[in-house]
Design a protein around this ligand. Structure first.
Ligand code: SF4
Length: 178
């Protein structure tokens, strides 16, 4: 593992936890030049697969990119040295020459936002059902007010107004009769 005291202090070293695959089996992650033969290619592919399942792969990649002098060889976060060089070039083009500072500032801001949130769990009263049985409105008791409303509705439905008869004024009818 690289010497942490030479590392860029703006990006925390995530490799402090023990038991990482690259610590227990460093030979698997060795990579200086392009893989020489099929066995070598298989080994590198296996190392990259192992990195893919590593719990700190994102932090490892950030650290490896921020510390080129410490990660000139080897597989780090599933990347080869050439891939890391390409990634650094793209980061520089996108964020400027001090891209490490930009990334570190964004990390600090994110950490501040997460600590600003309340950490204590919100005391939410346990939910309880309003009805002990599944809600079936047609089985619930009807209140007197509802009964009255229903009665009025039925009355209105039964009332059918008689059609209005056309009436003629008497004077007009007499004149027509003559
Ligand atoms: S991502 Fe790979 S190189 Fe990085 S700590 Fe995990 S196993 Fe090691």
């Amino acid at each position: 593992m690289a010497k942490a005291h030479l590392a860029d202090p703006r990006i925390p070293d995530p490799h402090t936890r023990g038991g990482l695959a690259c610590q227990t089996n460093p030979d698997l992650f060795a990579y200086d030049l392009a893989p020489a033969d099929t066995d070598d290619r298989r080994r590198v592919a296996r190392a990259r697969r192992v990195c893919g399942g590593c719990p700190i792969v994102a932090e490892c990649l950030k650290w490896a990119l921020a510390n080129p002098s410490l990660t000139q060889s080897g597989i780090w976060a599933a990347t080869t040295p050439g891939q890391r060089t390409n990634l650094r070039r793209r980061l520089r083009a996108r964020l400027g020459t001090d891209w490490v500072g930009v990334v570190a500032a964004a990390d600090r801001a994110r950490a501040l936002r997460s600590t600003a949130r309340p950490t204590a769990p919100v005391d939410v009263p346990a939910a309880h059902p309003l009805w002990s049985q599944p809600y079936e409105p047609w089985r619930q008791p009807v209140t007197p007010e509802q009964q009255e409303q229903h009665r009025q509705t039925l009355e209105r439905a039964q009332y059918t107004p008689r059609p209005r008869r056309r009436t003629r004024r008497a004077g007009v009818s007499l004149a027509e009769a003559r």
